[in-house]
Design a protein around this ligand. Structure first.
Ligand SMILES: [Zn+2]
Ligand SMILES: [Zn+2]
Length: 344
């Protein structure tokens, strides 16, 4: 399979953006009567996703130190396995495929990635994509759903912004409610397969807890093993994954903590450390420079596991038309250091 090298700069290209789409005319979709969510569901979700994972992690440590069990290989293995599966769904599926359409995939691959991403406790696929597309449209400017710079750039304003950007935005009605975001995702609304996974979100989310519970129960041969599988493969995994992947991408990679390689209109930066658990998502300045590119790591040392997965799927023929920037496009946007400029 040959990768597509675009003639232009792989600028933000939102195939579903339809300024006319709204909650009202969304009735045009055949699924309208089953459309998501109420404020109560949204708030319940925010409470669970914010508080349950840290409480579960504290509980897992407490039970260990109380001698109820000993943290063992199976606990860590289940956490890492479920982490890998769900973050693959989020980064390769929710992000690169559904939010940015940066490659094409077999319908079975699309459904699988949407289902795996749903296990990540980061919301239903179309909701996630709508928030993310809006983030790219308004990055670090008014309207960005999870901007760190919402309150200004002074020390206190940045602290408030950090809290908002990390987890606080989940609690703000305008961000969490789907209303008003339809214009960004009309293509996904029309995709029956993906809409079905979106509507069955809570089943897939539950599967992300039930599967490790079954494996833990079978391996340990006890109900205690099932409970520990539920705990480590479920909530403890969600605790680390969401703080390190989902929310740190909003904060760390839109701050001065990382390096910038390309000129962009936002404050995005690259973070190598967080790139490993996020499968490459935190080469965020590369990503904001070329949002429709399927690859995040542009240098040999930029470890981008998401791209390795995509290349493997491409070899199998399950993924094609992988969009990547070429050297000329990257050179046009690259930040040239002053002393380097003098040498050339
Ligand atoms: Zn960003
Ligand atoms: Zn993106």
């Amino acid at each position: 399979m040959k990768s597509i090298r675009e003639p232009d700069a792989l600028e933000l290209d939102i195939p579903g953006e339809d300024p006319g789409a709204s909650a009202e005319n969304r009735a045009a979709t055949k699924f309208e009567t089953r459309a998501p969510a109420s404020r109560t569901v949204d708030l319940t979700f925010a409470v669970i996703v914010t508080f349950f994972p840290p409480i579960a992690f504290a509980g897992a440590l407490y039970l260990h130190f109380q001698g109820w069990y000993r943290i063992g290989f199976i606990d860590i293995a289940l956490m890492l396995m479920m982490w890998f599966l769900s973050v693959t769904g989020i980064e390769v599926g929710y992000h690169r495929l559904f939010s940015h359409c940066s490659y094409k995939a077999h319908p079975a691959v699309r459904r699988t990635l949407a289902a795996l991403g749903s296990m990540g406790f980061q919301g239903p696929v179309i909701w996630w994509a709508s928030i993310h597309r809006k983030h790219h449209r308004t990055s670090d400017k008014p309207g960005d759903p999870h901007s760190m710079y919402l309150f200004g750039t002074g020390p206190w304003a940045l602290f408030r912004g950090f809290i908002h950007s990390h987890v606080g935005w989940i609690w703000t009605g305008s961000s969490i409610r789907f209303r008003g975001l339809e214009r960004y995702v009309s293509d996904l609304y029309r995709d029956e397969d993906i809409f079905r996974v979106h509507m069955h979100y809570f089943r897939w989310l539950a599967a992300g807890f039930i599967v490790p519970a079954i494996i833990g129960g079978v391996v340990r041969g006890s109900w205690q093993g099932a409970f520990l599988g539920f705990l480590w493969g479920g909530f403890v995994r969600v605790f680390f994954m969401n703080h390190l992947t989902y929310w740190c991408t909003n904060t760390v990679t839109h701050s001065r903590l990382g390096r910038r390689a390309y000129h962009t209109s936002d404050r995005s930066s690259n973070s190598l450390l967080l790139a490993i658990p996020t499968l490459g998502q935190t080469f965020h300045n590369n990503h904001h420079a070329f949002p429709s590119s399927a690859i995040m790591g542009h240098e040999w040392w930029q470890i981008d596991v998401g791209t390795w997965i995509l290349r493997a799927l491409e070899r199998l023929g399950w993924v094609w038309d992988v969009r990547v920037p070429d050297e000329r496009m990257m050179a046009k946007k690259r930040i040239v250091e002053r002393n380097e400029e003098h040498r050339t």
